[in-house]
Design a protein around this ligand. Sequence first.
Ligand code: F6R
Length: 367
Amino acid sequence: EKGGYEHFMLKEIFEQPKSIHDTMRGRLLVDEGVIKMAGIWDHVEKFKNANRIIIIACGTSWHAGLIGEYLIEEYARIPVEVEYASEFRYRNPIITDKDVVIAISQSGETADTMAALKLAKEKGAFIYGICNVVDSSIARITDAGSYTHAGPEIGVASTKAFTAQLTILTLIAFKLGKHNGNLGNAEFMSLIAELDAIPKKIEEVLNTTHELTQNIAKDFVSATNFLYLGRGYNYPAALEGALKLKEISYIHAEGYPAAEMKHGPIALIDENMPIVIIAPKKGHYDKIVSNVQEIKARKGKVIAVVNKGDQQVSSMADYVIEIPETSECFSPIVASVPLQLLAYYIAVYRGANVDQPRNLAKSVTVE
Ligand code: F6R
């Protein structure tokens, strides 16, 4: 059932071209220039008139939510807040019937997310679900929603569910932006054509980075710490890269917005500190270049995720992982794939139980 792969996690990483495609199937109609999502369309006035959208989730799904914030605010210009379900539910949050709450959950069973939704529902908010497991508790309590259709995710560390969540959030942002007039037709058409090509780009990334990430992983088997840095859309991608590494390899890893480095974490940097930096061309590239200079001045070991043909960051980096160029909004989907592979191989070389890391459960049904 692992389809020839050593672990479910690796199988699921490699399934992403297909799972992203499945998530878009029947929704993204490029030739017609349409995004079809009944759950959004049937309630489009709710979204259009919303004071704000509150995204609620935990863990990896919360990271997807952060990227959702960037997407929805950029393309639909609706204010978005992203909350950890566990914090939201206990802090007497201000919720009104003008709020739209989007819950993101792979399992659809996460106790804190469920409790936060019940609270929001009581206060009259409209609740939208982005779940992977069909007919799960969260899917059932929501007023409407979109399933991710990533297929069953067995590995405890979320991979294909995450990129499927990003795909849904992208579709929602584009659909709302097109509807409310913030996303012009020409840009909409070019963005959806690019989104349609993402599965192919992921395929390419899997082919070009699989062996490379294995080789890089070998050099970091004994690392005790890692920093992951990114800016803009890739800041949450850095958080997710760090989470993947810590949960399966048990190496301490932290993600930061690259500019926050000088507000503290820079103190940690020496020749023993590996730093994964996500530095695509579209996305504050010049700023990232200076961050890398600051790291190299302190002899940190830089593993850079850059676009093909990159020169500036690559010339300073100790390890270079190339990914194809995309619009900035798609870069977390593409950049996440080699980071998943890197975490996977570091964990495998450390002899860890990758599919079932210690202390973790696939569905967190207790708070
Ligand atoms: C990370 C991971 C967890 C989950 C979190 C939320 O790889 O698997 O952080 O993302 O427990 O789970 P769901 O999405 O099922 O609500």
